[in-house]
Design a protein around this ligand. Structure first.
Ligand code: ZN
Length: 136
């Protein structure tokens, strides 16, 4: 019955994507499988995959980006944890009814062929939570 699945990826805010890609390539001993700019979010991303676990490096491409504001406030580091969901609309409804604050009224297209919605960190003990559903 649970519609919240495994951790799909962990998002890490970085100041310099090229430098961070070198670090994470060495750390994970693997090359990224995808590089993608998400214009609507003003971010550039690089994705690694280690077995089932994905790491998303995010760099701001504009000072208006949430990633730019995050780094300004907190510095580089873990930005969000993303859970895979079967039915993002149903999960959004469930969380709304449970009193969580959602940052998106409707799911929006995210990186890596996903529909996404974010849960406000205020609702989740300081952690930004992403729900993501694969676009089939
Ligand atoms: Zn993400």
């Amino acid at each position: 019955m649970s519609m919240m699945n495994n951790v799909e990826h962990i998002g890490i805010a970085v100041a310099d994507l090229v430098a961070a890609e070198v670090v994470y390539s060495a750390l994970l001993n693997s090359e990224p499988y995808k590089r993608e700019a998400v214009e609507s979010e003003h971010v550039a991303t690089v994705f690694f995959k280690v077995n089932q676990t994905k790491i998303e490096l995010l760099e701001a491409t504009s000072p208006d980006s949430a990633i730019a504001r995050f780094i300004e406030k907190k510095g580089e580091g873990i930005h969000h944890i993303a859970f895979e969901v079967e039915d993002i609309l149903a999960e959004m409804e469930r969380l709304r009814n449970a009193g969580f604050t959602l940052l998106n009224e409707v799911p929006k297209p995210g990186a890596d062929n996903k529909l996404v919605c974010f849960v406000h960190p205020r609702s989740a003990n300081g952690v930004l939570i992403e729900l993501c559903q694969e676009i089939r």
